[in-house]
Design a protein around this ligand. Sequence first.
Ligand code: ZN
Length: 305
Amino acid sequence: MLPTSDAPRESAPSRRRRRWPIILLGLLGVIIAAAIILYPKWRRNTDNGGQKPVEPFRIAGNFYYVGANDVASFLITGPQGHILIDGGYPGTAPLIMASIAKLGFNIRDVKVLLNSEPHFDHGGGLAALQKASGAQLWASAASAQVLSSGGYDAGIAKPIGLITWLIRYPAPRVDHVVKDGDTITVGPTKVTAHLTPGHTAGCTSWTFPVHDGDRVLNVVSACSLVGLGNAHYPGQRSDFERTFRVLHGLPADIWVTSHARLFGRYRKLVASRTAKDPADAFIDPAGYRAYVDSGEARFRRGQEH
Ligand SMILES: [Zn+2]
């Protein structure tokens, strides 16, 4: 005779209920394992933004391109020290330093760091560049706040505000706050700050003359004009209105902005190889007007909706 148990047989629903915690624990384990494996890869990609190294080159006179394939960085050289505009992603800083060295300059001679706007793709590499150069960083008051916290922008609404809190970059030290119209001087090099907020509250455009042979060319490094619908801040509309007026009023022989594709880095570089004077390929006042016009047209279209 087979032994029989006195215990009542467990019903199928109750067995399923007992299994649930085990299944949930298993799932949690898989999620944690996936996070441990994938996080470093995701972080590396975030830190670099998929940027690739490209040849650095002279735009005109003492003004050089030292950025990555899209995220831009510019070097203005001088006998008493250099000025570097924008730091790219955290992972772009080594590319920028390699480009500066390739042109025959020393990162230790960079005395001033400037920033167009403190988003991850333009402020992320500044701490590493500051560490390597010992340079002083100048930024607008609104940008200074964001840069100093590694990209956290308390002024923009959640959830984007929350994302900027979660995904930070190494925070650089902001040494000086610039006001509209301030001029930063390193030896004979003079760069003027123009507060052009809208894309971010601290967006700053920079202007400076470049001596190329016997001519003086006016350069505008214009901040982004993209209105981020998901990153509104109070007063953004009136900021943009003022910014378009300011940018329309700046004389520009050469213009650049923080994403290289927008000012035609590669197209102009190729044209410069066959130009009578290589700098001629970068003289583009019509392109500058079109850049500001199209930014303004996008803004006006957005306003109608
Ligand atoms: Zn941006």
